[in-house]
Design a protein around this ligand. Sequence first.
Ligand SMILES: *[C@@H]1O[C@H](CO)[C@@H](O)[C@H](O)[C@H]1NC(C)=O
Length: 132
Amino acid sequence: MASSNLHIVVVTTLVVVASMHFSTTTAATSYLVGGANGWHLPSNPHHYEEWAKGKKFVKGDQFFFIYKKEEHNVAYVKRKEDFDKCNITAVDYVYKSGGVPSWIFNEVEIVYFICTIHCAKGQKVVIDVKAS
Ligand SMILES: *[C@@H]1O[C@H](CO)[C@@H](O)[C@H](O)[C@H]1NC(C)=O
């Protein structure tokens, strides 16, 4: 069993709110959340805010989180106030199994992702999903 050095990237797609809209004509875009460095502890606490700024996220877009499961996780909270305060108690779901989880949003909504460990240091992002 010499598999300990194998780096197996498991791509897991979690489709949140899986209602399909076949009438849409907008081409979906894939995003690597945070850019090339992925989901990490940023040296600049506004890193993810700046990453999202100027991007227009629309229904059907897919968001990939590349992260080290030993150091981080991908969690979400429903309310802005919990996001702003990094209220870990309010976390609705924590993804910490590694791989490259991704989400597709098929509704107009605002989604708040945090790392429960480093939220206060800026590892948090708002995904504002527009209709088109
Ligand atoms: C944090 O979230 C929990 C669960 O939703 C809530 O009961 C609590 O009041 C929140 N704490 C703060 C400081 O907002």
